[in-house]
Design a protein around this ligand. Structure first.
Ligand SMILES: C[S@@+](CC[C@H](N)C(=O)[O-])C[C@H]1O[C@@H](n2cnc3c(N)ncnc32)[C@H](O)[C@@H]1O
Length: 224
């Protein structure tokens, strides 16, 4: 199985930079169908303009305004994908508060294809609490206790169909090296049932060929 994503869902469009990046990756991977679906609470005009002007911007199929965790938006994305189904990768990069990230993870997890990734950005946020870039703000009142890593740990504690893995791209620095969750190929038994997590620990999970790296499957981790 080669789960090259046909669809990439991104939460947190901002200026559209990562949407264009993902569209470019899809092009590099030979995708002409599918594309990028992106959502932001406050869409900037520059985002739409930049995406429209970019040579690969046509692969950004939807630029939606709203709360990424809103079930109506998740349903809208699901409906778009259902018109041309294919492997789906989800990238969460909007509000980094734990409760919000957790709700998004729950909402988007069913859209992630078996053998594909749910990627949570900026897990490094947890390590920055108290530093100049991790100061308490109105938006982030408690960085230490409310951050993406807290959400990931809660999510993984509750289910066995995802496991944290090393990033499939081997080189380079990252703000979220521990934010890569791989969805199991099969629907696994409920949490706690013997053998449920065996697929991960035995390294039998496939890699998305497009972003492949032979070391990816060797270092599957449940929790950090
Ligand atoms: C870290 S930036 C995204 C950067 C972008 N992914 C990139 O790499 O180019 C976070 C974005 O999330 C948006 N945002 C914050 N809360 C949100 C929410 N509940 N739903 C959707 N977007 C949200 C903000 O407006 C902001 O543009």
């Amino acid at each position: 199985m080669r789960p090259n994503p046909r669809w990439i869902i991104e939460t947190g469009t901002k200026f559209g930079g990562s949407a264009i990046f993902f569209a470019s990756l899809l092009t590099l991977c030979g995708q002409t169908r599918g594309g990028v679906l992106t959502v932001d609470l406050h869409l900037r005009p520059e985002a739409r303009e930049g995406i429209a002007a970019h040579p690969h911007g046509h692969l950004v199929r939807a630029v939606v305004e709203g709360d990424a965790a809103d079930p109506a938006i998740i349903r809208d994305f699901a409906a778009r994908i259902a018109r041309d189904p294919g492997p789906v990768l989800v990238f969460l990069d909007d509000d980094h508060n734990a409760e919000h990230v957790y709700r998004e993870m729950q909402g988007y997890a069913p859209l992630v294809s078996p053998g594909s990734y749910l990627i949570v950005a900026d897990t490094v946020f947890a390590d920055l609490a108290g530093t100049p870039v991790g100061q308490t703000t109105e938006k982030y009142p408690d960085v230490l206790r409310s951050n993406p890593r807290v959400a990931i740990n809660r999510f993984l504690d509750e289910r066995t169909d995802f496991a944290r893995v090393d990033p499939p791209i081997p080189h380079g620095p990252s703000n979220f090296h521990d934010g890569f969750l791989l969805r199991a190929l099969l629907s696994l038994a409920p949490s706690g049932v013997e053998g449920a997590s065996e697929m991960f620990s035995t390294g039998r999970m496939p890699r998305p060929a497009c972003f492949s790296n032979p070391s990816t499957q060797r270092n599957v981790r449940r929790k950090r």
